[in-house]
Write a protein that binds this ligand. Structure first.
Ligand code: M6R
Length: 366
């Protein structure tokens, strides 16, 4: 059942070229400019005219929501708020009929997410669901939705569900953007072509596995770890940190790299591993200076960079090169080495990676 892999988590990490493809299947064909999602079709007008989009979710699904905030605001120019479902539901939030609420949940059973969408529904908002489990409670409670089609995810640490969520959210941002005219046809087409190359690029990225085992060897005994990213890679930094802490029990924090100087930089010394996601995108020059700031304080840099980069590798202690892609799609690649790094560290520490202590696959109590 684990398909020859030692753990479900590893199997699910390696399934991603396929699961990402499955999440796009039938929804997008670049060559014929086909871009359509059955679930959103009758709501396209609503989406296009929405005052704002509120995303509610927990954990890794919340991180996918943060990626969607960058995507939707940039491509479709609709204001997006990303909310922890547990906070949103108890805050007496301001919501009305012109709002669209997107609930993201792998299991479709997360109690706080379900309650948050019920609340939004009672205020008249249109509720859209992005779930992996077909027929789940959240999927049934929504007005419309899209399944991620990642297949069953058994490992408690979410991996392929995250990349499938991000893929579906990318398609949604592209659909609304083209409908609103904020995403011009040539740009849209370029993105579609690029998105189609992602499964093959994930396959390439997975070849880094052996190299990541070596890095894991060196940091398996760390007691803390910091993850930094900017722009589209900021949510990836949060996700990398969550993956490490939940399965290896190493204390890890993710930050937008520029926030470092507002406090966390005090933690940096020669013992502190700092994972920096620094791909060639619009934040690149800025993150180069953040890497310099860490090096000046003798932190150990594990850098995820774009193939062919020379500036960051000249400063970093370890370099993980991933294929080049559009910055809109980079989380689909940059998260992969972070999943592998936490997996290998957890295995080396003797942790139960598929069923970490104190955690359940679906959190059906608040
Ligand atoms: O099933 P959901 O997507 O609603 O679950 C949300 C979180 O409980 C979940 O992502 C959790 O954070 C994972 N263990 C992360 O790997």
């Amino acid at each position: 059942e684990k398909g020859g892999y030692e753990h479900f988590m590893l199997k699910e990490i390696f399934e991603q070229p396929r699961s990402i493809l499955d999440s796009m299947r039938g929804r997008m064909i670049a060559e014929s400019n086909h871009l359509m999602m059955a679930g959103i079709r009758e709501f396209e007008n609503k989406f296009a005219n929405a005052n704002r989009i509120i995303i509610v979710a927990c954990g890794t699904s919340w991180h996918a929501g943060l990626v969607a905030e960058y995507l939707i605001e940039d491509l479709a120019r609709i204001p997006v708020e990303v909310e922890y479902a547990s906070e949103f539901r108890y805050r007496n939030p301001i919501i009305n009929e012109k709002d669209i609420v997107i609930a993201i949940s792998q299991s479709g059973e997360t109690a706080d997410t379900l309650a948050a969408l019920e609340l939004a529904k009672s205020k008249g908002a249109t509720i859209f669901g992005i779930c992996n489990v077909v027929g789940s409670s959240i999927a049934r409670a929504t007005d419309a939705g899209a399944y991620t089609h990642a297949g069953p995810e058994i490992g408690v640490a979410s991996t392929k569900a995250f990349t499938a969520q991000v893929t579906v959210l990318t398609l949604i941002a592209m659909i609304i953007g083209s409908r609103r005219g904020t995403l011009e046809t040539t740009k849209l087409h370029e993105l579609m072509v690029e998105l189609e190359t992602i499964p093959a690029k994930v396959e390439e990225t997975l070849k880094l596995n052996e190299q990541i085992v070596e890095i894991a060897e060196q940091y398996k005994d760390a007691s803390n770890c910091i993850y930094l990213g900017r722009g589209y890679n900021f949510p990836v930094a949060l996700e990398g940190a969550l993956k490490l802490k939940e399965i290896s029990y190493i204390h890890a924090e993710g930050y937008p790299a520029a926030e470092m100087k507002h406090g966390p930089i005090a933690l940096i010394d020669e013992q502190m591993p700092v994972v920096v996601i620094a791909t060639k995108d619009s934040s690149y020059e800025k993150i180069v200076s953040n890497v310099q700031e860490v090096k000046a304080r003798k932190g150990k840099i594990i850098a995820v960079v774009t193939e062919g980069d020379t500036t960051i590798p000249a400063m970093a202690d370890h370099v993980i090169e991933i294929p080049e892609t559009s910055e809109h799609l980079v989380p689909l690649l940059s998260v992969i080495p972070l999943q592998l790094l936490s997996y290998h560290i957890a295995v080396m520490r003797g942790c139960n990676v598929d069923q970490p202590r104190n955690l359940a696959k679906s959190v059906t109590v608040e």
